[in-house]
Write a protein that binds this ligand. Structure first.
Ligand SMILES: C[S@@+](CC[C@H](N)C(=O)[O-])C[C@H]1O[C@@H](n2cnc3c(N)ncnc32)[C@H](O)[C@@H]1O
Length: 222
């Protein structure tokens, strides 16, 4: 799917931005939602009234984020037996035994990699990870490639002049299934723009990993 916008548009009548709405739409009837690194909590809260969802877990280690969320819930009378707030890092999450849709967005690849390392032994075939790293994506992809994970979907979108990769992952019996640089990512119109953007950005870098990435990008048919 090709998703592009040039300003902070809202999608449909939802209060979610294009990026958060695109993440939301990766949901597939799991019973528990995890919004890890929730900050404003908008993504997790967008599932509160969903009929299949039994639990919404908002996770963040920041004192300020948790205080702001609790104050907001008090002021707006948001309360639900489904809502759970966890004042902790994603590296300490213990999943529910039911099916989990786990969102990890807006953090660097290093943190996301550590959070996934904690989750891997807990994952079952009923769980899916929906991730959107904002930095150190190449490094994260190398780690994901080494893990027992499968790539169910990937896309890139553009919002407010920034590109965002989204990956949907599931537990697998073997490793090596996540392509190092992505495959379907590059086929959409936004993907083709993203390739040009990445070529310009990484051409400034001389390290081996960046040069290999540049060779890959150049090998793609544009
Ligand atoms: C830029 S915000 C992203 C908010 C939201 N997920 C989004 O994509 O719009 C990053 C959030 O991640 C939180 N964070 C940083 N390190 C974390 C960790 N190890 N585990 C969970 N959350 C973390 C920060 O406190 C912050 O609230």
């Amino acid at each position: 799917m090709d998703r592009t916008t040039t300003n902070s548009s809202r999608v449909g009548d939802s209060s979610l931005s294009l990026r958060l709405s695109t993440l939301h739409h990766q949901y597939q009837n799991e019973t528990s939602i995890w919004d890890i690194g929730c900050d404003h909590g908008l993504l997790g809260l967008s599932f509160l009234n969903h009929e299949h969802v039994k639990a919404v877990h908002l996770v963040d280690p920041s004192d300020l984020v948790i205080k702001t969320l609790k104050d907001k819930f008090k002021a707006t009378y948001i309360s639900s037996p489904k809502l759970f707030i966890h004042h902790q890092p994603g590296q300490a999450v213990k999943l529910d035994p039911n099916s989990n849709c786990i969102f990890i967005a807006g953090m660097g690849g290093k943190e996301i990699g550590e959070i996934i390392q904690n989750l891997i032994p807990q994952l079952t075939s009923n769980d899916r990870l929906v991730i959107s790293p904002h930095r150190k994506i190449l490094e994260l992809r190398v780690l994901l490639h080494s893990m027992n994970l499968d790539l169910l979907h990937e896309e890139v979108l553009k919002e407010d002049g920034q590109y965002y990769q989204i990956m949907v992952l599931a537990k697998s019996e073997k490793s090596g299934l996540i392509p190092l640089y992505g495959e379907k990512l590059w086929t959409s119109e936004t993907g083709r723009e993203y390739r040009i953007h990445q070529l310009k950005h990484f051409d400034l870098h001389q390290d081996v990993a960046s040069r290999q990435y540049i060779s890959f990008l150049k090998s793609l048919n544009s």
